[in-house]
Design a protein around this ligand. Structure first.
Ligand SMILES: Cc1cc2nc3c(=O)[nH]c(=O)nc-3n(C[C@H](O)[C@H](O)[C@H](O)COP(=O)(O)OP(=O)(O)OC[C@H]3O[C@@H](n4cnc5c(N)ncnc54)[C@H](O)[C@@H]3O)c2cc1C
Length: 190
């Protein structure tokens, strides 16, 4: 967001369907848990200073996009939502009459890790698990996939994770591939 403003975007708005975090810890978020409280990180602070308002808009749901004849996005249609308890469950409810139209030249959707793109996996006939990740032999202890000679590592296998895991897995999978290829080579020599 701050990068877009530094690159001369006229306006940047960030939508989220959740309410803003409270200023103080709630009873169900005691110390030493990570505090789920309102934060103004440097990017948002920069946005606030440049735009005169917090770029984050809470409890907003995008319903549809508008496009021009060239297929480029031109606007978003949103509706305000609220969290309410229904039959003891916390649900997100739309608030009728709160429709808004926001003009936009660029929309970036950042709604979480949904797993690796399935097209390539389908092409190679790779098995996936219930979360759409590449299935490997023996869970997280092996890098062999369901197809001989195809290995998987990193987020595509582990799911949304950390760089340290990606580095470690990159090294380990390289070793496993090396063993596989060395065996194949020695068989060919014999
Ligand atoms: C917004 C965000 C913030 C993060 N912050 C942190 C953090 O602060 N600290 C931390 O430790 N981790 C962080 N992570 C997680 C970290 O980035 C990942 O865990 C890590 O990058 C995974 O490495 P990877 O090599 O498995 O996958 P990736 O880094 O995703 O690499 C996969 C590569 O494969 C390429 N690719 C995909 N499909 C194809 C194809 N068909 N053909 C050829 N290439 C293809 C992609 O372009 C990409 O370059 C963050 C992730 C995100 C999204």
């Amino acid at each position: 967001m701050a990068t877009a403003l530094r690159q001369n975007a006229n306006r940047v708005v960030q939508f989220g369907k959740h309410p803003a975090s409270p200023e103080d810890r709630t009873d169900d978020n005691p110390w030493p848990e990570f505090p789920m409280t309102f934060k103004l990180d440097y990017g948002y602070k920069e946005g606030l200073e440049a735009l005169g308002e917090d770029p984050r808009k809470y409890e907003i749901l995008t319903q549809k996009f508008e496009q021009n004849d060239d297929g480029q996005v031109t606007a978003l249609h949103t509706l305000n939502v609220e969290k309410v308890y229904e039959d003891g469950k916390l649900v997100t409810k739309e608030i009728p009459g709160t429709e808004q139209v926001w003009e936009a030249d660029l929309v970036l959707i950042a709604i979480g890790f949904l797993g690796p793109e399935q097209e390539v996996l389908e092409h190679f006939g790779l098995k996936t698990d219930e979360r759409g990740r590449i299935w490997t032999v023996d869970g997280m202890n092996d890098y062999r996939t369901s197809e001989e000679g195809i290995y998987a590592a990193g987020d595509a296998r582990r799911g949304q994770s950390l760089v340290v895991w990606a580095i470690r897995e990159g090294r380990e999978v390289a070793e496993q591939v090396d063993q596989f290829l060395s065996k194949k080579e020695s068989k060919q020599v014999v």
